[in-house]
Design a protein around this ligand. Structure first.
Ligand code: FES
Length: 232
């Protein structure tokens, strides 16, 4: 017994393995919690880590829309964490792929919620503060939920002299939001950019990945209507 203990103390610690087993335990606990919500059993006391996850998942779910059941929010969080595991697996838990991992997660969730960042931090054994430094530095990342459609209006020099600002005013009016905001129904997020590299087409706007050149004032509403309700 004493020998075995000594061997354990001397064995090298694999931080990735250790953080993964913590995460695996939490994921399993979430699944149990989900089963618990599905049953009519009396509420069981939760571990502090699970209480934190539960509270965060409810907060995040409320930000995305009305939540009628805790079960729904917890189920959603468990699905998200499994999805992140798949992305981490795809990148072979490579710390140097952190930015691509974050982009992939954001592409799935449309933002980077706190539990997702904490999960990535634990699984890759990268301090959470370091991950926050990256996501707050790059404009591509969002810590608030983005709309299903991302509208970008170019305000670079060429677009500006050809009426880019007036196009922006018009879009702000139609969507009833300012640049940098998301509509209440989560349908659109409006952003401005400085140059999209296609100045010959000025004024330019992009909706999701589609570039619209020589945008006319009277064509803006049609462009927005053409994507409304199409993205999930
Ligand atoms: S300034 Fe708008 S695309 Fe270059």
């Amino acid at each position: 017994m004493g020998k075995a203990k000594a061997r354990n103390q001397n064995s090298p610690i694999n931080p990735r393995k250790s953080s993964q087993s913590t995460s695996d335990t939490l994921l399993r606990e979430l699944e149990l919690l989900l089963e618990h919500y599905s049953s009519d059993a009396a509420r069981l006391p939760l571990s502090p880590a699970l209480q934190t996850l539960e509270a965060q998942s409810l907060r995040d779910a409320r930000e995305l829309g009305p939540v009628t059941e805790e079960k729904e929010a917890i189920g959603k969080l468990a699905d998200e964490l499994r999805m992140i595991n798949d992305i981490l697996e795809k990148h072979e838990y490579n710390k140097s792929s952190l930015i691509q991992i974050l982009l992939d997660v954001q592409a799935q969730l449309r933002w980077l919620p706190k539990p997702a960042l904490r999960w990535i931090s634990e699984r890759l054994d990268i301090p959470l503060g370091q991950i926050y430094n990256i996501v707050t530095f790059y404009k591509a990342f969002s810590l608030v939920p983005l709309g299903r459609n991302i509208v970008q209006v170019c305000l670079g020099t060429s677009c500006h002299v050809r009426g880019g600002s007036r196009r922006l005013d018009s879009i702000e009016q139609i969507l009833d939001i300012k640049a940098g905001e998301t509509t209440a129904d989560q349908e659109f997020t409006l952003q401005t950019v400085n140059c999209l590299g296609c100045c010959a087409l000025a004024p330019v706007m992009v909706v999701n990945d589609k570039v619209y050149g020589n945008v006319r004032m009277d064509g803006i509403k049609n462009i927005l209507d053409s994507v409304r309700g199409k993205s999930k």
